[in-house]
Design a protein around this ligand. Sequence first.
Ligand code: ZN
Length: 213
Amino acid sequence: MATPQDRSALAEHVERLLAAGGPLPIVAAGDPVLRRPTAPFDGQLGPELLTRFVEALRETMRDAPGVGLAAPQVGVGLRIAVIEDPAPVPEEVRVVRGRVPLPFRVLVNPAYEAVGTERAAFFEGCLSVPGWQAVVSRPAAVRLTGQDEYGRAVDEVFTGWPARIVQHETDHLDGTLYLDRAELRSLSSSAAVVERWAQPTPATAAEELGFSL
Ligand code: ZN
């Protein structure tokens, strides 16, 4: 339970972050803030500051660019993330990965659980681990619960690429990085992924790098 002092320190920290304007600096792996579970959001920022913080997360995500950004990635230990994926991918990729457009939304206090037993394994990257990607096997469908930025309850099933995005971002809020769940033999520089593993599935990468799917 946060004391009032912690709460005002948190709000002041966010105010200072936003004061510079523009996209926020993204924290890279190695910073303990990415490894600490976040505090559930219960109004620590106040509606007006929350709105500005969410807007800064959106700007930072788009600027990166990325398809999701969690508060710890800008050094804020609150259970808040934003997601958005315009999904500018070829038809073949869209079909195989289920990468469909995902409109902008805010996840407040999200949690997920697998729906069914089907899993999907694809290359994935993270703005806090720049320059690298690895294959992560995840539940193909998840039920996401939590709230939106207005405090309205969310209870929704996600499939395809959006399911991967909500798991990746929610994991950040628990101090988990995608590398914790990755097949480490698949670890590839982003350049290698573009040059060698651009196929819709990681089957060729599995064969040539020696891991199983
Ligand atoms: Zn990430």
